[in-house]
Design a protein around this ligand. Structure first.
Ligand code: PLP
Length: 388
């Protein structure tokens, strides 16, 4: 018996491999993107209450009404996208399922999908599962800019969609209004969808507010805006995300979502509705907390001898290991786990072909102060880490 061909193209997630290695060596895990601090008490309580209140059976496939209403309100005010909870929203099991449900709903095998790289590692398998051909456009350090001519040249009659992720994982790049306008113009000109993953929309370190590409003129009709609860409310294990799109696109996404997972956990959807009703001060505090974590962690990294690319948003920081005499990211991370007890993600996980990211390593800093200080003190030993 043989397994399916598509699985042969999947490599095991390096992030999870490093997480296992980190656990074996008792290393501080600055790899996988999950916080080590608790979700807000009030939403934990809302989840428990929802279970006690009997929200324990399937919700409506595309989302409990209370949650869709809360999402519509947030999307209209924060993202500035018109949104009818009955027609424009699909609640999924995380932004992860949003993206694959969207790809399966809108992309045909053989269609080309433009992806900026480095990219969040799930977009690669998403392309394989949906049969799409990924076309990668480089974001160049230190500011992770793309070449407008290269982007223009990537569009052709096979291009079906462009995947955007702002604020960006792994680079921390926040796309500017001008960059978004150029992307929008090209997508309109070539009749291309945008799948816009905005899961880090509330974690930005610059003074510019988050911009949803769907809020640009004539873009809401061709954009699927994806976000979720994982990062904003520190509940990565709840698996709650949502897609916002036109009624026609939403109809298609609801079908793939239904057949993939039926629905997201009902009691947690009720708690998510409560989370989305938190006041503006919650989001201001979230920004302050993340800025505080970045300000703790980055000086340690900068002193460690790595080249540090300062993020504008999200909770990751890309570094270059070449100043320390290394040119193999995976060997570097393994050695760092085994000898100094800190884990991170080899940069090659975010590139295709992987070799492009061979001198990059991504650290994440969604951690308690004491975890960041402990990791930072260990990172002081990086300069003595030598290749075998
Ligand atoms: C860019 C990006 N999108 C989506 C996800 C996953 O989100 P969710 O937990 O909602 O599936 C992550 C998680 O790291 C991410 O970095």
């Amino acid at each position: 018996m043989k397994v399916a061909n598509r699985v042969h193209h999947f490599t095991e997630s390096v992030i999870r491999e490093m997480t296992r290695l980190a656990a074996r060596h008792g290393a501080i895990n600055l790899g996988q993107g999950m916080p080590d601090f608790p979700a807000p008490e009030i939403i934990q309580e809302a989840a428990c209450q929802a279970i006690r209140d009997g929200y324990n059976q399937y919700a409506i496939t595309w989302g409990a009404p209370a949650l869709r209403q809360a999402i519509a309100k947030k999307v209209e005010s924060f993202n500035r996208i018109p949104c009818d909870p009955e027609k424009n929203i699909t609640v999924c099991c995380g932004a992860t399922e949003c993206m694959i449900s969207t790809m399966l709903a809108l992309v045909n095998p053989g269609d080309e999908v433009i992806i900026f790289q480095p990219f969040y590692e799930n977009y690669g398998p998403d392309a394989i599962i949906s049969g799409a051909k990924p076309v990668f456009i480089p974001l160049q350090p230190p500011h992770w800019n793309f070449d407008p001519d290269q982007l223009k040249a990537a569009f052709n009659h096979n291009t079906k969609a462009l995947i955007l992720n702002t604020p960006n994982n792994p680079t921390g790049k926040v796309f500017t209004y001008d960059e978004l306008s150029l992307i929008a113009r090209l997508c309109i000109e070539h009749d291309v969808y945008v799948f816009s993953d905005e899961i880090y929309e509330h974690i930005i370190y610059t003074n510019t507010p988050h911009i949803s590409i769907a809020s640009l003129p004539n873009m809401s009709e061709r954009t699927v805006t994806i976000s979720g609860l994982s990062k904003t409310f520190s509940v990565t294990g709840w698996r709650l995300g949502y897609c916002v799109a036109t009624a026609e696109i939403t109809n298609a996404i609801r079908k793939t979502h239904d057949f993939l997972t039926v629905g997201a956990p009902h009691p947690l959807q009720m708690a998510a509705a409560a989370a989305l009703s938190l006041p503006e001060s919650y989001y201001q505090q979230l920004q302050r907390d993340y800025l505080h974590r970045k300000n703790i962690f980055l000086p340690y990294l900068k002193n460690s001898g790595l080249t540090v690319y300062e993020p504008e948003g999200a909770y990751y920081v890309m570094t270059d290991i070449s100043p320390l005499g290394w040119n193999d990211d995976t060997a570097f991370v393994k050695k760092m786990i085994e000898t100094i007890g800190v884990s991170a993600v080899p940069g090659s996980s975010f590139y295709a072909p992987k070799e492009i990211g061979k001198t990059m390593v991504r650290f994440m800093f969604a951690k308690r102060d004491e975890t960041l200080h402990a990791a930072g003190e260990r990172l002081a030993h990086l300069k003595s880490l030598k290749p075998d």
